[in-house]
Design a protein around this ligand. Structure first.
Ligand code: PAF
Length: 282
């Protein structure tokens, strides 16, 4: 496994990769968990070369968010990636990714402004910008991303398509803890009672799927039930919506391909989760 810090070196290496070799890329902010590792394994399975980036991207954090406290453990991350036989790990410095003064940003209108984008203005501008930069450095054929960040995948799919970037996103299923909690680096913030309270996200989703399975097609009834599960666990709902999976617009009547998607605060920790409303397993 080769570790690369300099963007110029990353670009020189990716330019030298022989044509005909498939390149898989897993962008991460580190503090890796089984969800990330499942993406690395998927890339290893499908591509000739697998590159993982570890970069806590400052531009996707708002002024009052957790950029400084975001969990980091580079030594452990590198050990885990070595164990998965990743070929390259790209870990640039913020000063190399955003040399000062910095001017160039990517906006994906519409999709970036709803759901998480409404609560975190500028978040998806930061995500789209850093991902386009990373894609330009790594030049992957496929980018492996988790469905937990459903809106992120939608925003980035649109960006790649509309900016004529040939990289395609392979979105992979959410990996959950045995009790249903979707894996996230931010779960490390959940101590004691908060860890139990956090189960309200998957419980609300599971209940929504059950209601749909039993024939309920009333969006308000489904959402009201979700809200009551969340508040009875001490969670604070940011949003709960049933949306079209492509446009992220709210559905008036849920359909088999609709997505139930939510963001909830457990104390100071903001968590997200989503699933298809169809009654398959979580
Ligand atoms: O999903 C993440 O970890 C980040 O948003 C990403 C895609 C690595 C961009 O910083």
């Amino acid at each position: 496994m080769q570790i690369i810090n300099s963007p110029a070196e990353m670009q020189a290496i990716s330019r030298a990769w022989a044509k005909g070799k498939s390149i898989g890329f897993v962008p991460t902010m580190g503090f890796l968990h089984e969800g990330h590792l499942s993406l690395v394994r998927e890339s290893k399975h499908n591509c000739d070369i697998t590159v993982v980036s570890i970069f806590v991207n400052p531009s996707q954090f708002g002024a009052n968010e957790d950029l400084v406290s975001y969990p980091r453990d580079m030594k452990r991350d590198l050990e885990l990636l070595e164990g998965c036989k990743a070929d390259y790990v790209f870990c640039p410095e913020a000063s190399d990714m955003y040399p000062k003064p910095y001017h160039s940003w990517v906006n994906v209108d519409g999709l970036s402004e709803v759901l998480c984008g409404a609560s975190r203005p500028g978040h998806f501008r930061g995500v789209a910008t850093v991902v386009l930069k990373l894609v330009n450095l790594v030049k992957p054929d496929y980018m492996y991303m988790g469905e937990k960040d459903f809106q992120q995948v939608a925003v980035l799919n649109t960006m790649l398509k509309e900016l004529n970037v040939l990289t395609r996103i392979a979105s992979c299923p959410i990996v959950r803890e045995p009790d249903g909690l979707a894996m996230s680096s931010r779960n490390t913030y959940l101590t004691g009672e908060a860890r139990q309270q956090a189960l309200c996200l998957s419980k609300a989703i599971f209940n929504a799927k059950l209601m749909y399975k039993e024939g309920c097609r009333n969006v308000n009834s489904i959402i009201t039930e979700c809200q009551s599960i969340i508040s009875s666990h001490g969670g604070e709902t940011d949003y709960i919506k049933i949306v079209n999976p492509n446009t992220l617009l709210e559905e008036l009547i849920p359909k088999d391909d609709s997505r139930i998607i939510l963001a909830v605060k457990i104390g100071k920790t903001r968590l997200i989760d989503n699933a298809s409303i169809t009654p398959d397993t979580l």
